[in-house]
Design a protein around this ligand. Sequence first.
Ligand code: ARG
Length: 566
Amino acid sequence: MIDYKRKSAELFASTVSHIDVEDIYSLVEVPPDSKMGDFAVPCFKFAKMLRKSPAVIAQEIASEIEENEFFEKTVHQGPYVNFFVNKKHFANVVLKEVYDQKESFGSSDEGHGRNVVVEFSSPNIAKPFHIGHIRTTVIGNALYKIYRFMGFNAIAINHLGDYGTQFGMLISAYKRWGVKEKIESNPIPELLELYIRFNAEAEENADLKEEARYWFKELEGGNAEAKALWEWFKEVSLIEFNRVYDMLNIHFDSFAGESFYSDKMARVIDELEDKKLLVSSQGAQIVDLTPYNMPSPLIKKSDGSTLYITRDIAASIYRKETYDFFKNIYVVGSQQNLHFQQWIKIVELMGYEWAKDCVHVPFGMVALEEGTLSTRKGRVVFLEDVLKKAVEKTLEVINERNPSLEDKEKVAKQVGIGAVLFQELYNNRIKDYVFSWDKTLSFEGETGPYVQYTYARTCSILNKYTKEVNVDIDFELLTDEKEFEILKTLATFNAVILSALEKNEPFYITRFIVDLAQKYNRFYNGCQVLTEDEETTKSRILLTYAVNTTIKIALGLLGMEAPDKM
Ligand code: ARG
């Protein structure tokens, strides 16, 4: 896309000698009111050098800029040179680009195929996949898609929590009280109950703790019974997790979880030893991080077993060796900030320069509105139940608003799940937020259903137009303020995706979609698209096509679907 901001800097530079285009470019502003132009260059900085007042400089430069195709006029106002984009030219450039690039509009080859590991979701086996996991799952999936769209080879990894002493407890609890059939019919709640019972009884009876340790050691040592049970727990849990991933249409390239690294741990310990990083502390091994103002983490217990953090160190080394990543991203809640600071520091101390490429992408907590979900006190809220409820509630709304809609169930799924995703991705990720059903499912305001509805509206208009969309139009017909506003927004799409990528913040895209939808609706409410006049219709159809294409791409980057009708 032509960069009009750069054009304004170049034209400015063409009138003065000895001032570098880059210096001017860095000064270009977007005036607060578009009546003052689309771009402005302040002249204060040049006063000393040119020995004139900024206002005089602005006046002289504005009058010297030659007529050109990019700007319809260039005027001075006080110390500013203001550039007014040639709307006809602009409409032509933007719409042709969308039309030519279609589903790749907004993308670029920022990544040059480099590998980016995006680790997200990573629930714990035999534990509920609950509402607290929604953020990592949804933010991570969006980042994965954003990286791919920008030319990176993104690799989605689910670092399953499938190892650790809790599996010793679970094996022991199952052997004491477990009933196979019960677990088969209702795996996670049953396993959770066993786990809770075990912990409660272990409070009273220290033998249980010993027994759990024993079984975990057996598991680590490859005992067949322990291994079979553990594999079974994993299998039944994954069936549940996969149901949620299917609903969200999420795919992972690898499910290498914590256990995957169990045979890669000795090497890490040896290496830490060789590098003189391990310190004995009461029979256990730690890395001293006090010089870096962090608590020193336990790396190896006195009984020889390793920990969560040891597995993360091993995993990062494995990922570097396997994927030679450009970036290794972890979408994990901010409660684990310290954990990530600690192990990334350790990897750095081990001498791995790529420690700087390991990026923790934290996020705040999601709280539930009082009384929102019909759960008994203290019960966990399963993510699957939230998604199902969103779909059910959406179906109710559809039955009220549009009972004759085709494929109602399918649309209810697209809209209901989309609504949850959209709300999830609406805010800066670090902010805690409160999940609200009313806000999520509303067709009004800045919501998923609102933007999907706008998309469906563009589909219906395009469907009614019986001819081919084409770019052979009179662009002069798209120079009204409402149209220009839409075009300006479309033109920022690539930059918006780039910011989302640079900051690992999908919400830039969410906000962009809302902005575009609102601007389109303003246009739609003021102008009929399908009119008596052929040329007018053609031009408005092309504009509608561009909005339609862009919303669909942007929703896709967030992991959302775009229903044609709703
Ligand atoms: N399984 C962990 C949990 O549910 C999250 C894992 C995060 N990833 C990591 N590499 N430590 O809390």
